[in-house]
Design a protein around this ligand. Structure first.
Ligand code: SF4
Ligand code: SF4
Length: 749
């Protein structure tokens, strides 16, 4: 098992990343600047002959070949782009300044580095090393052909900075070779493509031949031990040699080994002529194969989605369905149903494995692998795309032989996705996996009526009864009547109140979740919040229908809710369920419903900070160790991280974090409609997460989502380590209620 740096704390990751960036961005220029300052007096003449020991005509060969190579390079992305254009249109160039910012942060800056420290560091060394070498080569050409400026201390600093850059790139390439061929990191499980190893070998050859050329030049000029004339009136000085430290060591070694001047000049010339075509070949390669990610990955980052991930769960290019019968096609079943950006995503993936390393479906043994399905689509696009493009060019129609949804990408793959977003959060190129999977799911459901039995039963239940909970004995007003029987009147929303308290199907119709709803209502009443509920008028938010691919049903339910909200004058909504919260906050605006939506943890944190909910000292949970599970739809998709922790802290409970927490949380297993869809195989996701909770010293698991509550309730009864500890699960609202509400009120309940 090779060493891999593990930095769990987000702050530590940030600090480490900042330190690495600082070194990459500042170190080389800093060294150069220092060299300028500290180089000895008398080095004012320092410089070198650019085409030393090389025939004069060689420069014409070099520049001519560079022109050809640049044309070859440009052809690569153009050939690739024609395949993306087989897809549908999509605007991805709005808000250019915002895009430019993202590009600098994550494209040039590679801001997702901390997600995988070994690979990130390795990539950073190669990227910045190579970038400085490239800039150095351009500077040399400028110096040689336009204006001589690499002289004196500037030259010495330049020389030192480029040697450091070359060394950094060499270390990075060696790390990559080690990771791929010695360590055989699990993320490399798909093996190597034809160019993976060749590329690394080529880069190593370029770097080593470059150092060898430098070493021989330094050996026969600067290291001769005296100031000599090397032609064209240039002199060299042994004091300059250490400013090219790698060349200095190589030159010294060659001289110590007794190499003659002639031999060193011959080696210099031979490797110079080897280095040139290798370097130019590398540049040409940038347009093709794996190396093209330098250009295409950066472009993909520029064209990334700018909306919050919670809004993008809807799928791509979604438009309200005016007339179901007349709608052309739903979802994406074939290559041409995807947008150009979705096809570009597929093409840009470099099989780095970061997405699947964090995918709860893949990591519990399901068929889905986010990297794998992209690679399957990529292979298929590479196979039929050029033929499709040629047919389109000739004005002919082309019937694809295979459907993408359900064939190229398997049925289980499409249905295994929990829409947790871990894959998208990890991908260095901001590839959007969820949209593609949801679009394919939508195609299977709406065009082919292909779905797991459990999904079908849920959708039928939603259509027939307006909620997903089969067999419930409760109604949407049962909990209101129960509280009324205890003397607590829950107001019905009439437009005069500040908040609509959105209870949700699960909060009203599932016994365990009803306890959370009651706790929340009691807290709101205790704090004197102006609120009301819809009671019998509430219908499903539409989230389950959309996640399960029935877009038509989603739009019906969402539009009905939007009309109700508008008719009743709703402005602010508070919801317990992160799924309802997300759909209303991020997806209702797609249908014209814009409301101010908060999660119950946010409102509770606000009430505590305003002093409207006063916490008892030494309450029931004081000092109790608790671990909090971040729901994906709250933390990852909506950045609600602090509020639940503030509520927990207010109760006096002692929070211990699980390894995967905050935005790096691990799904409870219920996302993407999987509250109602049976898992296709492997281990149960909620059991894996419960085990993780049980591995902390906590005996209480705090949640902020009705689905998570059910998943953990089942988990603590089934997972031996949790059952042995006697773990229990509470929503943060229940925790707060135990800490603030007058005991006699709670006892009545
Ligand atoms: S959204 Fe989650 S479950 Fe779906 S592919 Fe990505 S990581 Fe896997
Ligand atoms: S989708 Fe992104 S994270 Fe996943 S393998 Fe491809 S490039 Fe890597």
């Amino acid at each position: 098992m090779a060493w891999e740096p593990k930095v769990a704390s987000p702050r530590a990751r940030l600090a480490l990343t900042a330190a690495i960036y600082f070194s990459a961005l500042v170190l080389a220029p800093l060294v150069a600047a220092l060299a300028v300052l500290v180089a000895r007096q008398g080095s004012a003449e320092a410089t070198r002959e650019v085409f030393f020991n090389i025939a004069k005509w060689a420069r014409f060969v070099a520049y001519g070949a560079t022109g050809v190579v640049l044309m070859v390079l440009a052809a690569g992305p153009l050939l690739r782009a024609r395949l993306w254009l087989l897809g549908k249109g999509e605007v991805r160039w709005d808000r250019p300044w915002e895009r430019a910012k993202v590009f600098f942060l994550y494209g040039l800056g590679q801001g997702r580095l901390p997600n995988d420290l070994y690979a990130g560091l390795m990539h950073l060394l190669i990227f910045w090393g190579w970038t400085y070498l490239f800039i150095g080569t351009l500077m040399l050409a400028f110096h040689d052909d336009i204006k001589e400026f690499l002289k004196g201390n500037v030259y010495l600093g330049y020389s030192l900075a480029l040697d450091i850059a070359g060394l950094a790139a060499t270390v990075g390439v060696l790390m990559a070779l080690y990771r791929r061929y010695v360590w055989k990191h699990p993320k490399m499980r798909l093996g190597s493509l034809w160019d993976d190893g060749m590329l690394l070998a080529l880069m190593l050859a370029i770097l080593l031949s470059g150092f060898l050329v430098e070493g021989m030049r330094v050996g026969v000029t600067e290291l001769r031990g005296e100031t000599i004339d090397v032609g064209d009136g240039l002199v060299t000085d042994p004091d300059w040699a250490p400013w090219s430290p790698v060349g200095f060591l190589i030159g010294k070694a060659a001289l110590a080994a007794g190499a003659s001047q002639t031999l060193m000049l011959n080696i210099h010339k031979a490797f110079w002529w080897l280095h040139l075509p290798l370097a130019l070949g590398w540049v040409a390669w940038v347009g093709y194969g794996k190396l093209s990610h330098i250009l295409l990955g950066a472009a993909n980052i520029f064209f990334r989605r700018l909306s919050p991930t919670g809004a993008a769960l809807a799928g791509a290019a979604l438009v309200p369905i005016e007339d179901f019968e007349k709608a052309e096609r739903f979802g994406a079943g074939r290559l041409v149903d995807f947008t150009w950006k979705q096809l570009m995503d597929v093409d840009v993936c470099v099989r780095c494995g970061r997405c699947e390393a964090h995918c709860p479906a893949y990591n519990t043994g399901k068929e889905l692998t986010p990297m794998g399905f992209l690679q399957d689509m990529k292979a298929y696009m590479g196979q039929v795309g050029p033929k499709m493009w040629a047919a389109r060019w000739r004005g002919q129609s082309w019937d694809e032989e295979r459907a993408v949804a359900g064939d190229v990408v398997s049925f289980n793959t499409i249905w295994d996705c929990l829409t947790c977003g871990a894959c998208e959060q990890q991908c260095p190129f901001f590839i959007e996996h969820i949209q593609k999977l949801i679009d394919m799911r939508r195609y299977l459901v709406m065009e082919e009526a292909r779905m797991p039995e459990t999904a079908q039963a849920t959708l039928m239940q939603l259509e027939q009864r307006g909620h997903p909970w089969r067999g419930t004995q409760l109604t949407r007003t049962s909990w209101i009547e129960e509280l009324a029987a205890q003397g607590l009147q829950v107001p019905i929303f009439d437009g005069s109140q500040e908040y609509l308290y959105w209870v949700g199907c699960t909060g009203a119709l599932v016994e365990r979740n009803v306890q959370v709803t009651k706790a929340m209502a009691r807290l709101l009443l205790q704090a004197g919040v102006s609120f009301g509920v819809l009671g019998a008028e509430e219908v499903c938010s539409g989230d389950p229908a959309r996640r399960l691919g029935n877009e038509y049903l989603f739009q019906l339910q969402a539009q009905q809710n939007i009309e109700t909200f508008k008719a009743k004058g709703v402005r602010k909504i508070v919801a317990n369920c992160p799924h309802c919260f997300n759909v209303m906050k991020n997806e209702y605006p797609q249908l014209g419903g814009r409301f101010q939506v908060v999660h119950h943890t946010q409102l509770l944190a606000q009430l505590i900070s305003e002093g409207r909910l006063r916490v008892q000292d030494m309450g029931e949970l004081w000092g109790v160790m608790v671990t909090y599970h971040d729901p994906c739809y709250l933390a990852r998709h909506n950045d609600v991280l602090a509020a639940p922790r503030q509520v927990i802290a207010a109760t006096g409970a002692q929070l211990v974090e699980m390894g995967r927490h905050r935005k790096h949380t691990f799904c409870c297993g219920a996302g993407g409609g999987h509250m109602w869809v049976e898992e296709s195989g492997g281990r149960r996701v909620n059991h894996v997460r419960t085990e993780e909770a049980a591995s902390t010293p906590a005996r209480l698991i705090a949640v902020a989502c009705p689905f998570c509550l059910q998943m953990f309730e089942e988990g603590v009864g089934s997972v031996p380590t949790a059952a042995q500890k006697g773990m229990s699960v509470l929503d943060v609202a229940e925790m707060l209620e135990r800490s603030v509400v007058r005991p006699e009120v709670r006892r009545q309940a």
